[in-house]
Design a protein around this ligand. Structure first.
Ligand code: MN
Length: 386
């Protein structure tokens, strides 16, 4: 790097320089840590319902760490249900391991959390904590949480975790080569990750653009086109239809409870929220439903999307739903999107249709009420409902 002309930097360039300094410093720190872990085997833990940002960041971490002589497996404890995500994993041949109670954690010397801080990864977190596997690395772009105490932490307020991994690559943490298929795959995945987490670059900031500009040289554009051209399933369309029909609009908020949703269709909830946000005069959409896991545990799962700068989904959801008995917030988020999960617990299960409907009604009323209270609106549906 040349440092001539530094005095002539404009304010913006100075900021960019600071960003580059930070990226370089974090990259150096990570290199030192990875070098000291040579010969180990690490477990990258991604969120239970992995999105392209998590999947691509996990993959990038794996190819970087492997160059430092570390074996890496990527694990998730839920389901990959969005067609684009299935396509991403299949087309790029990414080896994601699905966690279950029989998963052998003993081979791993340390854990790595990408695009999360241990709060959205399901039961795998308790299993690794029970075995006292050291929490080594956290790389994320969500608000800082207090669940983990890792040796290395890199949380930046950028559009995607993939942006942070691209910055490591830009700083030369490993040498990307066009002739190596796995490098092209990782770059293509990262581009998709940045793209989806920034709503197609609409919400991207300067770091996200710089990251994309660097990795675009290594992107396989045919593959990227294939990944993004996946269509919506019929079931997803039905859920979006349901969300549209059941929505309540208050103060430019669109709120919709869609009842029971199959576990496999969980990703339709954020897609429905994305869809409701496209309506005229709507700045915020919240969609929620009841998900039943294969072991009959029920959970209310919701997604929030907003286009209003002054609304912070993280703050909003924490304030609306508060904390559960374990002291953990039911919800949280990042700049334009958030989610929440409320376990039904003791009332879970029961195949009786009437009982299920009663339960759903109760939860729907409570959730809607809490949201309306927060935005200062009155629920006049309450009166003329049924
Ligand atoms: Mn992300």
């Amino acid at each position: 790097m040349k440092d001539d002309g530094v005095q002539a930097q404009s304010a913006i360039e100075t900021i960019r320089l600071d960003e580059n300094d930070l990226a370089r410093k974090k990259k150096d720190e990570l290199v030192n840590l990875l070098t000291s872990c040579k010969g180990q085997r690490h477990l990258v833990i991604i969120q239970s319902y992995p999105d392209p940002d998590a999947i691509s960041s996990g993959l990038a971490h794996k190819i970087i760490a492997e160059q430092y002589g570390i074996d890496v497996d990527i694990v998730y404890a839920g389901i990959i249900s969005h067609p684009e995500n299935i396509a991403l994993v299949k087309l790029l041949g990414i080896d994601l391991k699905k966690w279950d109670a029989g998963f052998d954690l003993k081979p791993y010397q340390a854990t790595v959390f990408v695009d999360n801080q241990g709060t959205t990864v399901g039961p795998v977190i308790d299993a690794v904590k029970a075995l006292n596997i050291p929490e080594l690395i956290v790389v994320d772009h969500h608000e800082q949480q207090e669940r983990l105490d890792p040796q290395y932490i890199d949380i930046r307020k950028v559009g995607a975790t993939a942006t942070i991994y691209a910055s490591y690559l830009r700083e030369g943490i490993i040498q990307l080569e066009r002739s190596r298929t796995e490098h092209l795959m990782a770059a293509t995945a990262l581009m998709h990750g940045i793209k989806t987490d920034t709503n197609g670059f609409v919400r991207a900031g300067s770091e996200d653009f710089m990251a994309a500009a660097f990795i675009c040289r290594f992107v396989d554009s045919d593959l990227l086109a294939q990944i993004t051209s996946q269509s919506r399933s019929k079931q997803t369309m039905t859920i979006i239809e349901e969300a549209l029909a059941n929505r309540t609009i208050k103060e430019s908020y669109s709120i919709s409870g869609i009842g029971y949703v199959r576990c496999e269709e969980r990703d339709a909830i954020p897609q429905a929220a994305d869809f409701l946000l496209t309506e005229e005069n709507i700045h915020t959409a919240i969609v929620f439903g009841m998900i039943v896991s294969p072991d009959q545990e029920e959970t209310i799962v919701g997604s929030m999307r907003t286009s209003r700068i002054t609304i912070d989904p993280d703050e909003f959801l924490k304030e609306v739903f508060g904390k559960g008995p374990g002291g953990r917030y039911f919800g949280g988020g990042k700049k334009t999107a958030g989610g929440f999960e409320i376990p039904v617990g003791f009332l879970s299960g029961g195949s009786d249709k009437e009982f299920r409907e009663m339960k759903w009604k109760l939860y729907k009323a409570q959730i809607t009420q809490k949201i309306l209270n927060k935005i200062g609106a009155v629920d006049d549906d309450e009166k003329d409902d049924e």
